[in-house]
Structure formats: C-alpha cells, structure tokens
Write a protein that binds this ligand. Structure first.
Ligand code: HEC
Length: 146
C-alpha cells in the first residue's frame, strides 16, 4: 500500500485559494433590479414633454427685446410672431440660426452672448442669463414650434 505523504506544497496554495474564494462577494441573485420608468407617451398630446414653449416663452422674449428692430424692415431676420419660427429655421438670411445638437454654437445664441457675433440686443440691457437659458433649452429640446 502506498504511503500517504502530506504534501504542504500542494495544501498551502489550496488553503490560500479557498480563503480567497470565501472572501469574494457571493452572487446574491436573483437580482433585484427596479424596472425603468416607462418612457413618456409621445402620442399623448395632453402630456407636455417640453419645459419650454416656443409660442409662450421664446416668442415672448422676442416680443419684449427684439422686434422693435427685427420686424419686416430688418434686412436679415424678422422675429415677429407670424414669421419668427420659419425665419429662424429656413427663411432668415443666414438660416438656420438654431442648432438643436449644439445650442451654444447656434447663430442666435452666439449673438445673444456676443461671442464671435455682434451682441444682441446691441445696446444694454442685454438678455439676462435666465432668458438666454430659455432660448438655449428650447433648442436643446428640439427647437419645436410648440
Ligand atoms: C436696436 C435694434 C436691435 C435689437 C433690439 C436686436 N437686434 Fe438683432 N440685429 C440688429 C441689427 C442692426 C443686426 C444686423 C447687424 C448685425 O448683425 O450686427 C442684427 C442682427 C441679428 C442677428 C444676425 C442676423 C444675420 O442674419 O446676420 C441675429 C441672430 C439677431 N440680430 C438676433 C437678435 C435677437 C434674438 C434679439 C433680441 C433678443 C435682437 N437681435 C435684438 C438690431 C437689433
């Protein structure tokens, strides 16, 4: 009968492996994952998914701060209610003035900031940060005619 030899060089690594395995965090499944919230139903027109409204918020800023110059007599951009949306996207001289992917670099926003383009409105008071933010957010949300 073969004599049993106690092999420490095998036993010690095995013990170490066992300790390592024991110290590992055990998979505590089944997983408890909270299901994601259902997406907003975009077909339901009673739900307003936008925080900014073009008609109520953005046009309001144009009416208060821009249309005294940007009207039918302006050579480039008519920002009156009846025309502004179409002008900003298509018919203004240097349209589009909006950029939904990069609002900060849109022509209109650069003019509001007075960065690279002439500051608008040209004379103080310029738009406050919160008014600029409204126009920025409107673009980030897709610049819809909402
Ligand atoms: C006191 C008159 C005046 C007011 C107020 C004014 N603008 Fe202007 N705007 C101009 C003039 C003049 C130009 C053309 C010369 C220039 O680009 O500096 C112009 C040019 C622009 C342009 C560039 C048009 C192009 O095709 O090159 C944009 C965009 C613009 N304005 C946006 C605005 C917005 C938005 C407001 C209001 C927040 C505003 N402006 C208020 C006079 C005005």
């Amino acid at each position: 009968m073969k004599k049993y030899i106690f092999r420490y060089e095998i036993l010690i690594p095995l013990v170490l492996l066992f300790i390592l395995w024991e110290s590992c965090e055990k998979d505590s499944g089944p997983y408890n994952i909270t299901p994601p919230k259902p997406p907003v139903d975009t077909t339901d027109t009673t739900v307003n998914i936008y925080s900014v409204s073009y008609a109520d918020d953005v046009q309001h800023i144009f009416n208060d701060h821009c249309i005294q110059c940007h009207n039918v007599n302006h050579p480039f951009l008519d920002l009156r209610e009846s025309t502004s949306y179409h002008e900003l996207w298509i018919s203004g001289s240097h349209a589009p003035y909006v950029d939904t992917l990069d609002p900060a670099n849109s022509k209109i926003y650069l003019h509001l900031e007075g960065v690279e383009m002439s500051q608008m409105p040209p004379d103080p008071p310029h738009l406050t940060d919160s008014l600029k933010q409204i126009i920025f957010t409107w673009m980030a949300e897709g610049a819809h005619d909402n």
